[in-house]
Design a protein around this ligand. Structure first.
Ligand code: PEP
Length: 273
C-alpha cells in the first residue's frame, strides 16, 4: 500500500520582513490558513525567528530557518550554525538555489548541512532543481539526481562513529523540487513534469539502502511561482505533497487560498487511504 504522506505548505520569506513586523504577519498567516490537515511551516529571516516563534505560540504552525551553516561552529563571520537555530525553529531549508547561486553552496556542503540539521533536531527541506539550459537540453532528471547523490555522499561520509543519523534523515527529510527558472519568474513548471521529477527523486532515495518503503514516504514539494491561482494542478499530482512558496507567502490572501487548496487534497487522500 502507498504510504500516507503529509501535505506540507512551507513559506520562504527570503530577505523580507523585520523583527518588528514579522510576528504580525506570521499571526495573520496562521489564522488565515488554519487547516488541521495541512502541515504549515513559516521560514522568516534569522533575525525574525524569535518574533515569529513567539507570535505563533499556541498555533499549529512550525517555524523554519532559511539556511544553516555546514560546520558545527568556528571562524565563519556572519554565519549561523544549526545549533544556534535550535529553540527558535524546528525546520530548516537547505540548498536553496539562491544560496547555491549567490553563496556558491556545493552539494558536498549541502550534505553536511543535512547532518547539522539532524544533530540540532531540525527537519530539513532539501531544495533541488535544474536551470533552464539543463531543462531545455533534457538534463533535468540527471541534474536533480546528481544534486541528491552529491548531498547524500557527503552526508553519509560525515562524522562516522558518532550518532548514526541515517535513520533520522530517512524519516525527517523533505525534498522541494524547485526548477531554478520557475523561482520568482511567474512561470511554473508543468505539473506532470514536476511529478516525473518527484518519481526520479524517490527512485534515487530508494538506492540509498534505507528500509523498504521509506523513500516512498519522503514528502516531495513543488516550488516555483506557486500562487493560489497556480497550485491546483500540482496538488492534483499524487506524487507531489505540497509546495514551498516564496513571493506569495508574504500575502495573507494568497496563502489562505494556497493552504485551502492543499487541504482539499489532504482530505481527499485521507478519505482514499
Ligand atoms: C522559493 O523561494 O523557494 C520560491 C519557490 O519562490 P517563488 O514562489 O517566489 O517562486
Amino acid at each position: 500500500m502507498e504510504p500516507m504522506r503529509p501535505v506540507i505548505i512551507a513559506a520562504n520569506w527570503k530577505m523580507h520582513t523585520t523583527p518588528a513586523d514579522a510576528g504580525r504577519l506570521a499571526l495573520a498567516l496562521a489564522d488565515a490558513t488554519a487547516e488541521p490537515d495541512v502541515v504549515r511551516v513559516i521560514c522568516p529571516p534569522f533575525v525574525a525567528l524569535a518574533a515569529v516563534r513567539d507570535a505563533l505560540t499556541g498555533r499549529d504552525v512550525a517555524v523554519g530557518a532559511q539556511n544553516v551553516h555546514h560546520a558545527t561552529a568556528g571562524a565563519y563571520t556572519g554565519e549561523i550554525a544549526a545549533a544556534m537555530v535550535a529553540g527558535l525553529a524546528t525546520w530548516a531549508i537547505v540548498g536553496h538555489s539562491e544560496r547555491r547561486r549567490d553563496a556558491g553552496e556545493t552539494d558536498a556542503q549541502i550534505g553536511q548541512k543535512l547532518r547539522r540539521c539532524l544533530e540540532a533536531g531540525l527537519r530539513p527541506i532539501l531544495c533541488v532543481g535544474e536551470g533552464l539550459e539543463d531543462r531545455d537540453a533534457g538534463r533535468a532528471e540527471a541534474v536533480v539526481r546528481d544534486q541528491l547523490e552529491g548531498a547524500w555522499a557527503s552526508f553519509a561520509a560525515g562524522s562516522p562513529g558518532e550518532v548514526d543519523h541515517d535513520a533520522a534523515l530517512a524519516t525527517r527529510l523533505v525534498i522541494a523540487y524547485e526548477p531554478v527558472w520557475a523561482i520568482g519568474t511567474g512561470r511554473t513548471a508543468r505539473s506532470a513534469d514536476a511529478a516525473a521529477i518527484a518519481r526520479v527523486i524517490r527512485a534515487t532515495l530508494g538506492g540509498w539502502g534505507w528500509p523498504r518503503g521509506v523513500a516512498e514516504a519522503v514528502p516531495v514539494l513543488y516550488g516555483g511561482s506557486v500562487t493560489s491561482a497556480t497550485i491546483d494542478p500540482f496538488m492534483a499530482e499524487p506524487d507531489l505533497d505540497g509546495a514551498l512558496v516564496g513571493g506569495a507567502s508574504l500575502k495573507v490572501e494568497e496563502m489562505a487560498g494556497i493552504v485551502a487548496r492543499a487541504a482539499l487534497t489532504a482530505r481527499a487522500r485521507r478519505a482514499a487511504s
